[in-house]
Design a protein around this ligand. Structure first.
Ligand code: DMJ
Length: 631
């Protein structure tokens, strides 16, 4: 066809486009291509596109557990970033922890809801029990073998219950049943008036959050899980578990106590997992553990006491504040298990570094002061206490030794060295013959013991057996004497419950000297020691003393809507403080129940209790997992 040339006219292309149009079209096309590749490679959360376009990761054969964790990389494949706290799921976005994993444990556990997305997920698993990743989900192969773990336990978790038919034991069974009833009442009151809140206020019949948990809720639920399981409160356990699955969200942005979140939430979730094999507990524990890691970003690696869930940052603005021995010294048990269950070595590394700092630092007379600067790594002041601020640091040394199946020699040595120093400088006997552990302020003694320090009878008893031979009987006797003193602090009150602190001064012994120390907030430490002393000695005195506590709790602390602390143990009609502490369900009632149980119920050969009484298993395996590497 002939085309006529017109001056000033640009001819169209064969597709009918003129040159400038063609240029614009090509420009648009190349922009589109750049955009696509940009989305594929540059955007940080483009995992779904990546999966579409890039080769999918192959599953490792033979792995027992396939956890579906968005945004988490298996440690052995990829070193975690220095500050690996992952982005919390956006509101409305599915929290990976709520997807229940494979269930391997036969027993009374059942699903709360017979049908639903979780059942679909379960159905999607093959006969191997390995879940295929859902479209759009990142999968993480993970090799924790729950069946193998269970098979290594020396005793059935809940014991053999051989006492049921024996006549002399029937009173014990009735006592245990009574404590179970108290737990049921405490739980049901909480569920009725405060479900999902952190703790119950039984007088006002509502809940409250407190300021320790950074916006996390449900402290009582998490703290109760293993006690409900232990007591075979099946319906109640299912209620608690369903709440964790459906309502326990980690996308919170407040400031939390690293210690409290660790001992209550991480400890509670880990125990619930080890008791049941339910994936939801394992995944939530790991995800929450990751949120705690920014607290360790200090010049020394000694964590700050407070972690900011929003920024995750450690601020130089608060650099002056010191970290507390009992807080940074009570992470070891849980963090080793986080590594064991996640395959991520970072948790174990963090607590091993704390150990290293404490090992190296100069200790006045072999004592560990309560405050340490996370910036300089120096002690901030010389206050030493086996009660508040110091307590569970010592507890975690001996329990690290036991939890490692007696292989962690460093923990063992540190514990017995510390105990020697405590005995030399802090231990006293009152004129009335009561043995107590005083507090030390740069060489001056405060002749008082806090209620919190009363856990030490149990701790010393627990560690007596592994001391040097010539010390064993001595430590067992020391444990008994300290426990007797703590019992006296209860026996000398009108309510038969003990005060927050008691003194040995001016002829007054084992009593509080002011109203501000006369309260009792449902604390567990004294019954905790009764439980350990009972298991070591089988002296019926400890059960008698424990039963006195049960009666006193019923008389003075039980209200219409749960249990409450009291303001003055020396009053025969004390006012209530309107708080049912979550540790009452986690610890006080659990230790009481164990005091009236057979020794193979949560046997001390298989379990150590964290400082919130959550049982964590002894490592009976010779696994080469990062958690148990020697250092
Ligand atoms: C609990 O939260 C823990 O036992 C902690 O170690 C100290 N005190 C309370 C209970 O008294």
């Amino acid at each position: 066809m002939h085309m006529r040339k017109v001056p000033g006219f640009v001819p169209a292309s064969p597709w009918g486009l003129r040159l400038p149009q063609k240029f614009l079209f090509l420009l648009f096309l190349s922009g589109l291509v750049t955009l696509c590749f940009g989305a594929l490679f540059l955007l940080p959360h483009s995992s779904r596109l990546k999966r579409l376009f890039l080769a999918s990761r192959t599953q490792q054969p033979g792995l027992e557990v396939m956890a579906e964790v968005a945004g988490h990389s298996p440690a052995r494949e990829q070193e975690p970033p220095p500050n690996p706290a992952p982005a919390a799921p956006a509101p409305g976005e599915d929290d990976p922890g709520s997807r229940a994993g494979p269930r391997r444990r036969k027993g009374w556990l059942r699903r709360t809801r017979p049908t639903g997305p979780r059942e679909e997920a379960t159905a999607a698993r093959g006969s191997s029990g390995v879940a295929a990743p859902k479209p759009g989900e990142e999968s993480i192969p993970f090799s924790f073998d729950f069946n193998a773990f269970q098979s290594r336990l020396r005793h059935p978790v809940l014991g053999t219950r051989t006492d049921e038919s024996k006549e002399p034991q029937s009173r014990v069974r009735a006592q245990r049943e009574k404590i179970k009833e108290m737990m049921r009442f405490a739980w049901q009151s909480y569920r009725r008036y405060a479900m999902g809140r952190n703790e119950l206020r039984p007088l006002t019949k509502d809940g409250y959050e407190g300021s320790m948990f950074g916006g996390l809720s449900g402290a009582t639920v998490i703290d109760s899980l293993d006690t409900l399981y232990l007591m075979e409160l099946k319906e109640e356990f299912q209620e608690a578990k369903a709440w964790v699955e459906e309502s326990f969200h980690l996308n919170v942005t407040g400031e939390a106590s690293l210690f409290e979140v660790n001992i209550r939430y991480i400890g509670g979730l880990l125990s619930a997992y080890y008791l049941t094999g339910e994936e939801v507990f394992r995944i939530k524990a790991i995800k929450l553990g990751e949120k705690l890691l920014p607290a360790f970003n200090t010049p020394t690696g000694i964590p700050k006491g407070v972690v900011n869930f929003k920024s995750g940052s450690w601020g130089w603005a608060t650099a002056g504040s010191s970290s507390i021995l009992a807080e940074f010294g009570s992470l070891h048990l849980e963090f080793l298990h986080l590594t064991e269950l996640s395959g991520n070595p970072i948790f174990a590394e963090k607590v091993r570094n704390i150990r290293k700092v404490l090992r190296k630092i100069d200790k006045p007379f072999g004592l560990y002061p309560n405050f340490l600067s996370p910036v300089s790594g120096n002690w901030v002041q010389h206050h030493v206490s086996v009660g508040g601020l110091g307590d569970s640091f010592y507890e975690y040394l001996i329990k690290s030794w036991l939890m490692s199946a007696k292989t962690d020699m460093e923990a063992k040595n540190m514990y017995y060295e510390a105990l020697e120093a405590i005995e030399t400088y802090l231990l006293n006997v009152s004129p009335g013959g009561l043995t107590y552990i005083a507090e030390w302020r740069g060489g001056i003694l405060d002749h008082k013991m806090g209620h919190l320090a009363c856990f030490s009878g149990g701790m010393i008893s627990l560690g007596a057996e592994d001391a040097k031979e010539e010390k064993r009987a001595h430590y067992q006797e020391l444990a008994a004497q300290i426990t007797r003193t703590c019992h006296e602090s209860y026996a000398r009150s009108d309510t038969k419950l003990g005060p927050e602190a008691f003194w040995f001064n001016s002829g007054r012994e084992a009593v509080a000297t002011q109203l501000s120390e006369s309260y009792y907030i449902l604390r567990p430490e004294v019954v905790e020691s009764y439980m350990y002393l009972w298991r070591q000695t089988h002296d019926p005195t400890y059960r008698e003393w424990g039963w006195d506590v049960v009666m006193a709790l019923e008389k003075y602390c039980r209200t219409d809507a749960g249990f409450s602390g009291i303001q003055d143990v020396y009053s025969s009609s004390p006012n209530h403080d309107n708080k049912q502490q979550s540790f009452f369900l986690a610890e006080t009632l659990k230790y009481l129940y164990l005091l009236f149980s057979e020794d193979d119920t949560l046997s001390l050969e298989d379990w150590v209790f964290n400082t919130e009484a959550h049982p964590l298993p002894v490592n009976h395996s010779d696994s080469s997992s990062g958690a148990w590497h020697r250092h």
